[in-house]
Design a binder for this molecule. Structure first.
Ligand code: ZN
Length: 130
């Protein structure tokens, strides 16, 4: 319970900062955080989770958006993992002194970059569909 209180007081602080910056508070609230949505320069967003809010006219549309959202979260997670592995492989390459091993490492790095680019291009495609 005390944790909830802590959270809500920092939420209020954040919301007042938003209001001072010229954002307006809306009557609708974030379905996840239950905090009021804010509007600033035509963008509607949740001050707590930072998600952009989109008004939908049907359940189907809501499902589509939800799907796109969970996809973007997955993509970010995969990109994080890939970046971590790339750093790991780059370190391995730096430490490596055998040509044959270097070749293997470089192949893996190449694959990681390729996958990373692929994922980034999926992101662009889904934006274009909007
Ligand atoms: Zn939220």
């Amino acid at each position: 319970m005390s944790k909830d209180k802590e959270n809500s007081s920092s939420d209020i602080k954040q919301m007042s900062t938003l209001l001072l910056s010229g954002a307006t508070m809306l009557a609708d609230s974030c379905p996840d955080c239950k905090v009021p949505l804010f509007k600033k320069s035509e963008k509607i967003f949740c001050p707590k989770c930072g998600r952009k809010a989109v008004y939908v006219s049907s359940d189907d549309e809501a499902k589509q958006i939800e799907h796109a959202h969970s996809f973007s979260e997955t993509r970010e997670m995969v990109q994080d993992i890939l970046t971590g592995k790339l750093n790991f492989m780059a370190q391995k390459l730096a430490d490596c002194e055998k040509i044959e091993e270097m070749k293997n490492i470089l192949q893996i790095i190449d694959m990681l970059i390729e996958i990373s680019i692929k994922i980034a291009s999926i992101q662009r495609n889904s934006w274009n569909k909007k």
